[in-house]
Design a binder for this molecule. Structure first.
Ligand SMILES: Nc1nc2c(ncn2[C@@H]2O[C@H](COP(=O)(O)OP(=O)(O)OP(=O)(O)O)[C@@H](O)[C@H]2O)c(=O)[nH]1
Ligand SMILES: [Mg+2]
Length: 202
């Protein structure tokens, strides 16, 4: 039987699916970012921040926060009809980091979300991706209460390589998050192409 699509002369496209990680410190907006763009109801694994966790969960700066991600966030966004991203938000707290290696398996690239009030919280994520040569960009989640800094100031503060893009964003805004995601796909593709060129040149 001929499908509706091919009747119109357009073969159905099997989309390329890419895996993107969303990392960064505790409470920086990872769950918010995945929720802002996901076209499926995002899978969340939020737990109440408990009394028991208080000694280890550093909530300074995020006092209004009552839940935290304990395993991962998962969402999906179709960037183009032939390009679908699967988003995996990593847990922000260090005690859940044993999961990162598992989550980063097969990832094309990563977004490291940063809050300029607590930039040091994303050092570990930056280190992690640098060490494993996973292409990443830094998305500065611009909270209203935080001072604005130019991207270059953030780049210097994080001691990033020149090639690592730094984008200002709002994790609650779909269009803003989409730009970040397009940025990370572009950056990862560029980096792969550069790696291939280097490999060919020996
Ligand atoms: N004003 C403002 N608030 C935000 C923004 N992004 C997130 N929030 C709020 O900040 C809090 C933390 O956001 P989450 O998305 O839970 O952060 P997270 O990175 O997933 O946190 P963990 O999983 O615990 O590490 C929530 O109360 C959000 O509503 C933002 O861009 N602006
Ligand atoms: Mg979360």
């Amino acid at each position: 039987m001929i499908s509706g699509r091919s009747e119109r002369g357009k073969p159905p496209v099997e989309p390329v699916t890419l895996k993107i990680l969303v990392a960064g410190g505790f409470g920086v907006g990872k769950t918010t970012l995945v929720g802002a763009v996901s076209e499926i109801r995002p899978l969340r694994t939020e737990e109440l921040l408990s009394e028991a966790g208080r000694p280890v969960d550093d909530t300074s700066g995020v006092e209004a926060k009552h839940t935290t991600t304990v395993a991962m966030d998962f969402g999906r966004i179709t960037l183009r009809e032939d390009l679908v991203l699967y988003l995996f938000g990593t847990p922000g707290q260090e005690r859940f980091w044993f999961m990162w290696d598992e989550l980063s398996e097969g990832a094309l690239g990563a977004v490291v979300l940063a809050d300029t009030r607590r930039l040091e919280d994303c050092f570990a994520a930056v280190d992690y991706f640098e060490r494993r040569a996973i292409p990443f960009l830094v998305g500065v989640n611009c909270f209203e209460e935080a001072s604005r800094y130019p991207a270059d100031t953030v780049r210097q503060a994080l001691d990033l390589d020149d090639g690592v893009p730094v984008l200002l964003c709002d994790a609650r805004e779909r269009e803003s998050v989409k730009e970040v995601l397009i940025g990370v796909v572009r950056h990862a593709m560029d980096q792969r192409a550069a790696d291939r060129r280097r490999a060919t040149l020996g």
